[in-house]
Design a binder for this molecule. Structure first.
Ligand code: OAD
Length: 255
């Protein structure tokens, strides 16, 4: 049984933020630990618009490999536990993930915001067309935007992930704010799982939740950079901790 448990009742609005640690037990590499992605791939080269401009082939090779790797991974008991919560809480749950691996979706989560985009989507580097589903491997020819081509411009397609220096989708931020505002009027709980608390604005959500009177929990293998902002810390592997973390009081039916 975990050191602290998250109590959920019929008033609870639960905002969950996940990071790479949630997928670690599925075999998806994290970013900042020893052997993490940013150790072997300078993020300036593969996770910035400037890196893409300088060497789009290198960037596409990196994301093609990550697509192939993530496609071979399966959701673990941590993803499954969060999906089961959605069944129970309905609209009183919002899952915000920084992960681009698609594993929450594959576990069945639908009340889900992928704030850093998706490995399995592609968009134009130039025009505002909506991202489209895409799991292709880009090896030789760099893909170009056919909508731009139709109006006589050349533009490359790029992975629909958010890179450093880019803004998050304002609609996503609005949806999160509005969820917190609803929780503020009832009982708000914030839970961060498997994230080092190093990348903003995600790492600041704990502060937004606290400002709205929320009770805050962190489940992580190691103390996160923003650990001191949390009321409770459960140290451990998310696939092990999450299945027994929640304690229900009352029927906790859909809001
Ligand atoms: P990090 O790699 O920074 O942190 C992962 C955290 O998960 C670490 O604190 C680990 O201790 C913890 N961890 C590892 N295995 C775990 C497990 N099985 N259970 C629980 N915790 C575990 O990854 P993120 O915080 O997700 O952004 O990184 C945030 C963002 O930085 C990413 O979305 C990405 C990256 O640069 C972009 O690419 C825009």
């Amino acid at each position: 049984m975990p050191a602290a448990r998250v109590r959920l009742d019929d008033e609870t609005f639960l905002l969950v933020l996940t990071g790479a640690g949630v997928s670690a037990e599925s075999g998806v590499p994290t970013f900042r630990s020893g052997g993490g992605l940013w150790e072997n791939h300078p993020l300036e080269q593969v996770a910035t618009p400037q890196g893409f401009e300088a060497d789009p082939r290198l960037v596409w090779r990196f994301y093609s490999e990550r697509r192939a790797q993530a496609a071979q991974c399966e959701p673990n008991p941590g993803h499954v536990a969060l999906q089961a919560l959605e069944e129970r809480l309905g609209e009183r749950l919002l899952l915000v993930t920084q992960n681009v691996d698609g594993l929450h979706r594959r576990a069945g989560s639908r009340r889900l915001i992928e704030i850093h985009g998706s490995l399995f989507a592609t968009r134009c580097a130039r025009c505002q067309r909506a991202p489209f589903a895409d799991d292709s491997q880009v090896t030789a020819t760099l893909p170009e935007c056919e909508l731009c081509a139709a109006s006589g411009r050349r533009a490359l397609l790029r992975p629909a992930v958010v890179w450093f220096g880019e803004l998050l989708d304002p609609e996503h931020l609005r949806a999160i704010e509005s969820f917190i505002a609803r929780g503020r009027r009832r009982r708000l709980v914030f839970l961060a799982v498997g994230t080092s608390g190093a990348v903003y604005p995600a790492a600041g959500l704990v502060d937004n939740a606290r400002a709205a009177g929320g009770e805050t929990f962190l489940v992580n293998a190691d103390p996160a950079d923003n650990l001191h902002r949390f009321h409770h810390f459960v140290q451990g592997q998310s696939g092990h901790v999450l299945p027994t973390l929640f304690e229900f009081s009352g029927p906790t039916q859909r809001a």
